[in-house]
Design a protein. Structure first.
Length: 364
């Protein structure tokens, strides 16, 4: 398990005042280092937990590495500490390909930085801050499609469960309101796990219920904001109903002013609802990913949506057109593919705008 150099280094860390010969032996459920002459026990699991990071850093502190970025270009050299920082900030994941400077062998970043190395970085977690880099809409759309293809079975299965539960809840008055938020949050968590770690289970779609109240609140707040934004246009349309027909005329005689008000009110409601949807688009993502307190998530989604407004607008337009075509051409069956794909695209956009990773997904 250890090389000769690591054993020597380990002995120097735990060596008592008088020379003692250590014999290491392992049990499946207990790790104990035992002295042969004094029969003094040392808890090996404690030693490994406290010293493994120091051993790794001691062996790698002088090494540098090159990394392949998401654009396919090589970057570096990086020290092991710089790689840990890059990983903790979400600018790379454990599948990112790296190699030691001068080597020809490429390895996943997770092979170099273990959970012990990155544990402290994962625990340093605060409110999400939008990235200075603008959203690459095309990359989000393509990456979402690739993620769906790579994990088609689990995503379609999770989507079917989502639809089944939400549809059943809709049979009860206000039932859909109480389950849709946690279910959507669970689907987002599942896709985040697939995106970050390459593995998840269909049952992860229920993880949103572990944060039920926050996700329920996020859904209600987002819906309320979108609904409130439509009120000015609805008021104009009500006024339109009053002046649409000339009073005292028994025949239907549309008034040009009434028609203009009707169109204006409709366009205003549509425009304001789209703006509010974009500005709150990532609220459920941030709450599901536990990015700070609820107020932090609300502020972050506004800032991220504002900074990337037109890219998100274009992305939603494309999603809407493609989804409509798939649903129409498949007579509705395509919903099982549309939901996971659109959610995956949203997750990929979320990861671009808010790159810092969540501890809930590192330690499920």
């Amino acid at each position: 398990m250890f090389s000769r150099e690591q054993i020597f280094y380990l002995n120097t860390l735990v060596k008592p005042p008088q020379p003692i010969k250590l014999v290491l032996f392992f049990k499946s459920y207990k790790g104990i280092a035992k002295s042969t002459d004094k029969h003094k026990k040392y808890n090996l699991s404690f030693i490994l937990k406290k010293k493994s990071v120091h051993i790794s850093n001691h062996m790698n502190e002088h090494k540098t590495y090159e990394m392949i970025g998401s654009d396919g270009e090589k970057y570096g050299p990086f020290s092991i500490q710089e790689l840990e920082e890059t990983l903790s900030q979400g600018r790379a994941d454990k599948q990112t390909q790296i190699r030691e400077t001068g080597s020809e062998e490429w390895l996943p970043l997770g092979k170099i930085i273990t959970s012990d190395n990155s544990e402290s970085a994962d625990q340093q977690f605060g409110p999400a801050i939008p990235s200075d880099q603008p959203l690459d809409m095309n990359k989000a759309l393509v990456d979402g499609w690739v993620l769906l293809k790579e994990h088609l079975g689990i995503l379609v299965g999770a989507g079917a469960i989502f639809f089944g539960i939400v549809f059943a809840a809709a049979m009860i008055p206000f039932g859909q309101l109480f389950v849709q938020g946690p279910m959507m949050g669970g689907l987002i968590i599942l896709i985040l796990k697939l995106s970050r770690h390459g593995q998840a289970e269909v049952g992860d779609v229920f993880l949103g219920f572990q944060n039920y109240l926050q996700l329920l609140l996020a859904t209600i707040v987002q819906g309320a904001i979108v609904f409130a934004s439509m009120i000015p246009g609805v008021i104009i349309m009500i006024i339109c109903g009053i002046v649409f027909f000339e009073s005292g005329n028994s025949e239907i005689d549309p008034n040009p002013l009434g028609i203009a008000l009707l169109i204006t009110g409709g366009l205003l409601s549509l425009t304001l609802s789209v703006i509010s949807l974009i500005l709150t688009f990532f609220l459920v993502h941030l709450v599901a990913d536990k990015r700070g307190e609820f107020g932090d998530a609300l502020s972050a989604t506004y800032k991220g949506g504002k900074m990337n407004f037109w890219s998100l607008f274009g992305m939603l337009i494309i999603i809407g057109i493609v989804s409509s075509l798939i649903i129409i051409l498949t007579c509705g069956i395509g919903l099982l593919f549309v939901l996971p794909w659109t959610t995956a695209v949203g997750v990929k956009a979320y990861e671009q705008i808010f790159p810092t990773r969540s501890t809930i997904l590192e330690n499920p």
